[in-house]
Ligand binder design. Sequence first.
Ligand code: ADP
Ligand code: MG
Length: 260
Amino acid sequence: MKRSDIAISLKNVSKTYRVSDIRSETLRDRLAQVVMGGSSRKIEALKNINLDIYKGEFFGIIGHNGSGKSTLINIMSKAIPPDKGGTVIRNGNYIRLSLGMGFNPELTARQNIMVNASILGLSMREIKSRTPEIIAFAELENFVDTQIKFFSKGMKARLAFAVAVHAQADILFMDEFFGGVGDERFKEKADTVFKEQLLKNRTIVHVSHSLKNIQEYCERVLVLDHGMPIALEEPAKAIEVYRNEVIKKKLQTRPNPQNT
Ligand code: ADP
Ligand code: MG
């Protein structure tokens, strides 16, 4: 593989969060914490990830709750830095899709689309001419000028998906982006568009609980277990590892308190 064929490259990527055991919002709480001997505690969310994702690849990440999937996607999209010593290289522009998706609740659907124009790699003129299309796709014609805070979860999900379809990004980061998109009928429509438009000529990093989705779309899948990469395989094998190593082990051991 040539270097130019690589979309994302991670070397020695680890992530340690520091959290205090008690939420010390007030001075009194902080003092209580000192008196009780509480201190900040480390959570090693990711441990030494080395990984290359190729251009045009559909890459999946699976793992139990709290295994580090979102942390990894946040590091890949440079939303947060890795620990010292880790490097992240990314070739190409990107968009990070999640169901909350940076919408401003005080703005209307139309205004939110405008605000997202730069993220989508579109000029103001382009976004203006595309807005009706986006709204129509989201089936929100009657709510164009309604503030997002009055939208249901499904409506927000449809808008996010419609915006995503129009994104001119080379890399799509999708964190549990699928599954929540509206009712069955909309899901079907979203699925078709996903296959016919979103998949073409892009690198996709896909975190999902839906193993069916992972199996159907991904070329390679990374399995995380408590922040550790335990497999990097084609989907069927990765899912097998996930079922055998992660789910079984979880059934045998008590749940990790940090994730509950
Ligand atoms: P996943 O997406 O696989 O459920 P996350 O990446 O969200 O996992 O979380 C990995 C671990 O890091 C969990 O133990 C979680 O509690 C912890 N964590 C995630 N974000 C933070 C944060 N901002 N501060 C402290 N701990 C965090
Ligand atoms: Mg997550």
